[in-house]
Design a binder for this molecule. Structure first.
Ligand code: 2AM
Length: 222
């Protein structure tokens, strides 16, 4: 296949087509703008500022990080564990360059990151590394017991000094709480769906109508 002669990339993933990138960025900005004005958010503002009186402008708080994508495998040019095996996976070879429809099913915000949860189909899970969740175990102990694909997300922004790898860990943390039976606090029904607070600055907006995002399975080299 075409990948055989290629050197191993920084990462593989689904790259959102440019038309839907704009839509997702707008939806995310609108969400942050609205969240910022909610009394419930202001009540928990210290999660973000550390200080009682200080205000936070969420639109400024997060920095966007390049082109929107859902990482499947971080390979670090072959240095990451399992990188070579991933490249040899027949599904990776077969689907390279194909377009998929990703379903963005929720938006989440923490003091570190803002992201969109991606709900993968059976076919898309063929491109998902079997140990993606388990790899996060040192950061999120319950991660390994979550269903395959739980970590799938699109990073929409990171707070200053935070690396994008954190977004998937923040998502896993919220899903782990849900799995433990913590319902969170239903704060309100927003236009896009119910908004839930999970403590420590963790907010989840479940999208009543998931965003369908066409995306190309490909790789990235810096
Ligand atoms: P992201 O998938 O949350 O956005 C380049 O750094 C890309 O690879 C980013 O998209 C980043 O995070 C992802 N990434 C970086 N290190 C990673 C790791 N150790 N595990 C999984 N994904 C990683």
């Amino acid at each position: 296949g075409p990948l055989e002669e290629m050197s191993i990339p920084l990462y593989f993933g689904w790259f959102l087509l440019s038309s839907v990138q704009d839509k997702v960025r707008c939806t995310s900005m609108d969400f942050l703008k609205t969240l910022d004005t909610l009394e419930a958010f202001k009540k928990h503002m210290t999660d973000f500022t550390g200080k009682a009186e200080k205000e936070v402008d969420l639109e400024q708080y997060f920095e966007a990080k390049g082109t929107l994508h859902c990482t499947t495998k971080f390979c670090n040019y072959g240095k990451a564990e399992g990188a070579k095996e991933y490249v040899q996976n027949p599904a990776v070879q077969d689907f390279y360059g194909s377009t998929f429809e990703l379903s963005l099913s929720a938006l989440f915000v923490t003091p570190r990151t803002v992201g969109a949860r991606v709900s993968l189909t059976e076919e898309q899970l063929k491109l998902w590394p079997a140990d993606a969740e388990k790899e996060a175990e040192s950061a999120v102990p319950a991660a390994a017991s979550l269903p395959l694909g739980s970590r799938a997300h699109v990073t929409l922004g990171c707070a200053e000094g935070v690396e994008p790898v954190q977004t998937g860990l923040d998502l896993l943390q919220i899903l782990a709480l849900q799995q433990e039976g913590q319902q969170g606090e239903l704060v309100e029904e927003m236009e896009l769906g119910p908004l839930t607070y999970y403590g420590e600055g963790r907010w989840l907006l479940s999208l009543r109508e998931p965003i369908c995002a066409p995306a190309c399975f490909s790789s990235f080299y810096k």
